[in-house]
Every structure is written in C-alpha cells, then in structure tokens.
Design a protein around this ligand. Structure first.
Ligand code: FMN
Length: 204
C-alpha cells in the first residue's frame, strides 16, 4: 500500500502553502485510492525542542537505552518511522524570516537521527532513507526570490530544505513556490496561478 506523509507548517487557516500541499495530496489520493496518508501540522502540534536528555538519548546505542531514554525518544521514533514508511513526502511550508517556521524545524530536529535517518562515515554524512522516495515542497512567500538575483541570495528556505532532506537521503525533491503573497491581490493571485500550473505539470 503506497503511503504519503503530509507535513504542513503554517498556522493560518487561509494558508496558501497548506492549500497547495492539500490539493496535491488530494490528487495523489485520487490516483492511489488504496494509499494511506498521514498528516501533521507542526504549527498545531507541540513538537518539543530537543532537550539535553534527548541529545543524550539520540547518541546512545539502541541496545543500551534506559527505559527513560526510550520514553524520551518515543515521539522522535514515531516520526522517523512515519518518514521511513512513506513513499512520498509532501511539505507545505510558509517562508518565515527567509527560512522555515520554527515548528517545522522542531519536526526536522526529531527526524534527523544518527543511526536511523543518517550515518556519519569517513566520507561525511550518508543518508539512510531507502532510495525511491520522492519529496514535494509547496511553499508560499511574501516576495519572490529568483535564482541569480540579489533577492535570490536571501532564499534560505529552499537551499536549507534541499540540504537537510538530502542529508537523510531524500534527494528527489520538487519545489513549487507561490511567490508575491504580500505584494497585492493581483500579484498574489498570479503567484498562486503559477504554482498551480507547476503542480499540474508535476502531476501530468
Ligand atoms: C512571521 C512571518 C515572517 C515572514 N517572513 C517572510 C520573509 O522573510 N520573506 C517573505 O517573502 N515573506 C515572508 N512572510 C510572508 C509569508 O511568507 C506569506 O504570507 C506566505 O503566504 C505565508 O505562507 P502561508 O500562506 O502558507 O501561511 C512572512 C510572514 C510571517 C507571518
């Protein structure tokens, strides 16, 4: 049974990134009626920041974990399992202060785990996600960040997500941006129309 993991991160009920990611997931469900979808919205779930106890547990070999450490790792383990089980990973991501919301970073800090989603090797970090998974990121941004422009240098959202997802082995990731959401109604609508067209091309 194909499985899709859908992670939104905007708290807004009128969120454009959540709307786009949701449309994509609906299309996927139409094509995969027997498929399973797991949904999170990190802005509405209390994913904790990594504590000292969690850091220690993260780097303790599985066989020697205390009962307390297993408890500390329970949420992280569940989120990692969801990621490992998923064939398709869909993120809805608002650009906040040039990057991603802190709540999405909290989820990332739970799923980037040595020995589970990446390994340190003599050649550096090696991703442990099985090959064949595909990622889709639907972002909404107040402005626009075209590559090769002065504004493009300020985009710390796509490069960061590409880098961290790549580090755990998710290298096949498509980005769709709805730009100019803070630039007036026409520019915002054009940004969404552009993103919808890009999504349709991905689904074609
Ligand atoms: C806290 C906050 C920070 C933001 N920072 C940026 C930013 O750095 N660059 C930008 O282009 N837009 C920024 N925006 C605008 C959002 O990216 C835009 O409103 C987008 O539509 C939010 O996504 P959403 O509709 O999915 O909530 C920010 C908005 C908020 C609320």
């Amino acid at each position: 049974m194909p499985t899709l993991l859908h992670v939104d991160s905007s708290p807004r009920s009128a969120s454009i990134s959540s709307q786009l990611a949701g449309e994509f997931v609906q299309q996927w469900q139409r094509r995969n009626p027997a498929g399973a979808v797991i949904h999170h919205n990190t802005s509405r779930e209390a994913i904790p920041y990594v504590s000292e106890a969690a850091v220690e547990a993260f780097f303790t070999p599985a066989g020697t974990l205390s009962e307390e450490q297993k408890r500390v790792l329970a949420l992280s383990d569940r989120l990692v399992d969801e990621l490992l089980d998923a064939d398709v990973i869909v993120l809805g991501v608002p650009m906040w202060n040039l990057g991603i919301p802190a709540s999405l970073k909290a989820w990332i800090d739970m799923i980037v785990r040595e020995g589970r989603t990446f390994a340190f090797t003599q050649q550096g970090v090696r991703g442990l996600l099985p090959p064949g998974k595909r990622g889709y990121v639907f972002s909404a941004r107040g402005g626009a960040y075209p590559e090769g422009t002065a504004a493009g240098v300020l985009d710390l959202q796509e490069p960061y997500l590409r880098a961290i997802l790549g580090a755990i082995g998710l290298t096949d990731v498509r980005f769709v941006h709805a730009d100019n959401q803070s630039c007036g109604p026409q520019a915002a609508a054009d940004g969404v129309a552009h993103a919808e067209a890009a999504m349709a091309a991905l689904l074609a």
